[in-house]
Design a protein around this ligand. Structure first.
Ligand code: AMP
Length: 336
């Protein structure tokens, strides 16, 4: 089948069916010419190596991979509920109960990754897919890295980038923790916390430590969790267990019966409404909906551009210089 599910950094993701079993998969095709402008073959090997060793209910499963002259193909578990990004855009913002459900499952997936000594480095709603029952499936390990083999790199998506990455300081698994704070904010507010007219303004907002603005409807406990996570100093950020033990998470867990209902009924009902019951038909709905919804498509595309630099930094380089160089690069004023 050639039905488009989404656009990645280097190509397209399409729905395919295995002839022998009839099982549906998502095929992620990456154009070699595009891919190797930004990555080496080692980066690609690392993405595949990392994803192949992962096995968790909240992480997309990599089934197999192959290549032809122009593309590399990854055959992935199919997440028929689409991305969390699309869901947030559709609802404008999520209720705190729903946000809890997605944050909790993302935390479980990230906790597993960190136990496996993997840092994802690009957690954002576009990379959190949903299965038919509304369960989170973390995808896109293109910028992930092994903790033991962590090289200095400037990568990720500006809105979700932690201060230490922008300042080109040393980074660790706390990068992913930062993203969880940005994610929770975006889910309950409908837009990321640090915005600006351009990437430079966004970077400045991230580094400013400014007070975040909220809608009146956002609870104090939810704000307190976001503040606890979005600590500029990575050492002050909580662990996943710290997040799970926050009073907002615990209070939401107590109303778990509600969430269970939400999970098994409301979410899957919504998914069914959106994508209908047959997987083949469901994909056609996705495609037609995406074709007609150009604004949403553009928004998702705009944000999914990445910055990745694996160049070694001179030891004596000042963080400020590095930051402005990054800004100039991201604005396209100078080449990397
Ligand atoms: P990626 O290149 O992994 O960032 O994927 C780009 C987009 O394709 C995602 O935001 C999803 O909308 C879609 N997509 C990727 N992988 C899958 C999958 N396994 N199942 C369904 N849709 C997917």
């Amino acid at each position: 089948m050639q039905q488009t599910l989404g656009q990645g950094s280097f190509g397209w993701v399409t729905l395919v069916r295995e002839i022998q079993t009839g099982k549906l998969f998502a095929m992620k095709a990456m154009k070699k010419a595009e891919l190797f402008k930004y990555c080496t073959i080692d980066n690609l090997k690392r993405e595949i190596k990392i994803q192949r060793k992962l096995n968790h209910p909240h992480i997309i499963d990599l089934d197999s991979y192959f290549e032809d002259k122009t593309n590399v193909y990854l055959i992935l578990e199919y997440a028929e509920g689409g991305s969390l990004f699309k869901r947030i855009k559709k609802q404008r913002r999520l209720s705190e109960d729903e946000a809890y459900h997605y944050l909790y499952q993302t935390c479980l997936g990230i906790e597993y990754l960190h136990k496996m000594k993997i840092i994802h480095r690009d957690i954002k709603p576009e990379n959190l897919l949903l299965d038919a029952k509304g369960n989170i499936k973390i995808c896109d390990f293109g910028w992930s890295t092994e903790m033991d083999n962590l090289k200095k790199a400037f990568c990720g998506t500006i809105e979700y980038m932690a201060p230490e990455m922008i300042k080109s300081q040393s980074t660790n698994y706390k990068l992913d923790i930062w993203c969880l704070g940005v994610l929770l904010y975006e889910m309950v507010q409908g837009k990321p916390p640090f915005t600006g007219k351009n990437d430079q303004e966004k970077c400045v907002a991230i580094l400013s430590g400014q007070q975040l603005k909220y809608e009146e409807s956002v609870s104090e406990d939810c704000k307190s969790l976001i503040a606890m996570i979005l600590q500029p100093n990575p050492f002050n950020r909580p662990s996943i267990q710290g997040i799970l033990n926050h009073k907002w998470m615990l209070s939401k867990q107590q109303s778990k019966s509600y969430n269970d209902q939400l999970n098994s009924r409301s979410i899957s009902m919504l998914m069914m409404e959106e994508y209908s019951h047959s997987p083949l038909k469901s994909c056609q709905t996705v495609v037609s909906e995406r074709k007609t919804n150009n604004k949403e498509w553009e928004e998702s595309k705009q944000r999914s551009h990445h910055f990745v630099f694996h160049q070694p930094q001179p030891v004596n380089e000042q963080p400020e210089q590095t930051f402005f160089r990054r800004v100039l690069i991201s604005l396209g004023c100078i080449n990397r």
